[in-house]
Design a protein around this ligand. Structure first.
Ligand code: CLF
Ligand code: SF4
Length: 510
């Protein structure tokens, strides 16, 4: 399954996303133009791309060859998004049909990933049959796979054969003693191996597979699950080692452990990390390694933009009734892709933004207008400010009460950078009573209490008052504006008002 990887901490003022700070001829932000071209439409490998391009997973890989203490693939909740979870297992033919249907309906869907619910390389026949068919029928779709790495060395040549250009390996440790506390057993050479010996084999195969992929020029992202008290202090070493072996990105994701999931960690009461702990470990890992901060820990059957799941629109019975003309769809997909690429290029150059065409609006109706990237704020420098943003497709487009997640940005004189995202319960949609809405709001405020500003499209009077009382200033003045530009505009207003030369005031816990 995909236990998600990352991106430099992009300075938006300088070009951000896949990074273009201090670009030299032929390079952007340390990326060569060739690599930029390979990631610019991949929503996981490029932070910029995730505002514009969608991904989908097909759940064709039920079996797994290892056990992780955080995994229980039996648990499925349609409202939950976490790796390993699916609603419908597919055959290879069903998966191909579904992929073509989704790519026709969502033309900005650029990547098909196989990420579970087990391990794709523990189910090689189905996995490679999907890739084989799609390489022929839909050559414009990028193919992506996520694996625990145990069988990776054995399948590197297969991955090359079908032009799999992006591979994710979940690597939680490089020390078998740490690994033995995460992975109780593996299935290796027809027998079950346990404990430290199992972890040592897993680590060895992961590192060998990583080296083999890097040697073949395949972009490798490493996902690591942050498990407080188990591998938190160890992950910077993991980052250093995988970087040295050629990994392109590192994605440190928080452990999800709840008793109702029936996982070992959930039942044993292993806690998940707080957002500040996650950020601290991501920062400690960053060094010269690109870090991904926008991962959404997708389900193994996720469909749509990161952070949304349109899987319910593409169940098998619905797909049966859809007319799919992929030749015709490819023309629309080319048009949409070209327009997104043009807008991204314009933003990178901080030049004028081309008008949004009808094709893009059809594919992406939330995009009403799109602003060029923020310019570098003038001195004097003020202190950094954390802001929570209710966004869709890179735009401040979501009503506070409808938000299911907030992007967290840090704005400073150096520009703004994405710190991560935080999931919340929808204040309006989920609550069945006033009392319930109150407690949902209280939990949201608790989760965002380190943020000073909350940007959203609209917000009601009641939550406005409670957020402000907790020291979080709601702001609805930048509705439908590009997120980074809105964040920097607010920061500059605070700077001009003299609020950034003194420490934050008025913050209190909910
Ligand atoms: Fe899927 Fe993974 Fe490919 Fe992306 S997801 S197989 S690299 S197409 Fe992306 Fe989802 Fe995070 Fe994975 S946001 S869980 S990192
Ligand atoms: Fe679950 Fe671990 Fe296997 Fe992924 S690799 S399916 S998390 S047991």
């Amino acid at each position: 399954m995909d236990l998600p990887v990352n991106e430099p901490s992009p300075r938006v003022v300088a070009g951000g996303g896949a990074g273009s700070c201090g670009a030299r001829p032929g390079q952007s932000g340390g990326l060569t133009d060739a690599i930029r071209a390979r990631i610019e439409d991949h929503p996981c490998y490029s932070e910029d791309a995730h505002h514009h391009f969608a991904r989908m997973h097909v759940a064709v890989a039920p079996a797994c060859n290892i056990q992780c203490h955080y995994c229980n693939r039996k648990y499925d909740c349609a409202n939950e998004s976490r790796p390993g979870v699916v609603s419908e297992l597919l055959t290879a033919d069903q998966a191909v049909r579904k992929t073509l249907a989704v790519a026709t309906r969502i033309p900005q869907m650029s990547v098909l990933g196989i990420a579970g619910p087990g391990d794709p390389l523990a189910n090689p026949e189905r996995t490679f049959e999907v890739f084989r068919q799609l390489a022929q029928k839909a050559p414009d779709i990028k193919l992506c796979v996520s694996t625990n790495g145990l069988m990776l060395p054995r399948h590197v040549e297969d991955l090359c054969r079908y032009h799999i250009d992006h591979v994710t390996i979940t690597i939680n440790c490089v020390d078998p003693d740490v690994g033995a506390r995460i992975h109780p057993w593996i299935f290796w050479q027809n027998r079950r191996v346990r404990g430290r010996q199992a972890a040592a084999i897993l680590v060895e195969q992961q590192q060998l597979g990583l080296e083999m992929l890097s040697a073949r020029g395949i972009l490798v992202k490493v996902n690591s699950v942050l498990i407080p008290g188990v591998n938190d202090a160890h992950l910077p070493e993991v980052s250093r080692v995988v970087r040295a072996r050629g990994a392109f990105l590192h994605n440190v994701m928080p452990l999800i452990a709840r008793p109702e999931h029936g996982t070992f960690y959930g039942v044993m009461g292993q806690r998940s990390p707080q957002p500040v702990e996650l950020q601290a470990v991501q920062d400690a890992c960053s060094g010269d390694m690109k870090m991904m901060r926008h991962c959404r820990q997708c389900r193994a059957d996720a469909v749509g933009m990161l952070g949304e799941d349109r899987g319910a629109e593409f169940t098998l019975d619905r797909i049966e009734t859809m007319d799919v003309d992929y030749e015709a769809a490819m023309a629309v997909r080319r048009e949409v892709r070209a327009e997104i690429a043009a807008r991204l290029a314009a933003r990178r150059a901080s030049g004028p933004t081309p008008a949004v065409s009808s094709a893009v609006l059809r594919a992406n109706p939330q995009v009403v207008r799109f602003h060029s990237r923020a310019t570098k704020p003038a001195a004097p420098a003020g202190r950094p400010v954390l802001m929570a943003v209710a966004a869709r497709n890179g735009v401040v487009a979501v009503h506070f009460g409808h938000a299911r997640e907030f992007l967290i940005y840090e704005a400073s004189a150096a520009g703004c950078r994405l710190i991560g995202h935080r999931r919340v319960e929808s204040h309006c949609a989920g609550a069945e009573s006033c009392g319930e809405a109150e407690s949902v709001l209280a939990r949201t405020i608790e989760l965002l209490v380190d943020c000073e500003v909350l940007l959203c499209a609209r917000i009601g009077y009641e939550p406005w008052g409670q957020l402000a009382a907790a020291g979080i200033q709601p702001n609805g003045e930048h509705a439908m504006q590009a997120v980074e530009e809105a964040v920097m505009a607010v920061w500059q207003q605070m700077l001009a008002a003299g609020k950034l030369t003194v420490a934050r005031t008025g913050a209190r816990r909910a």
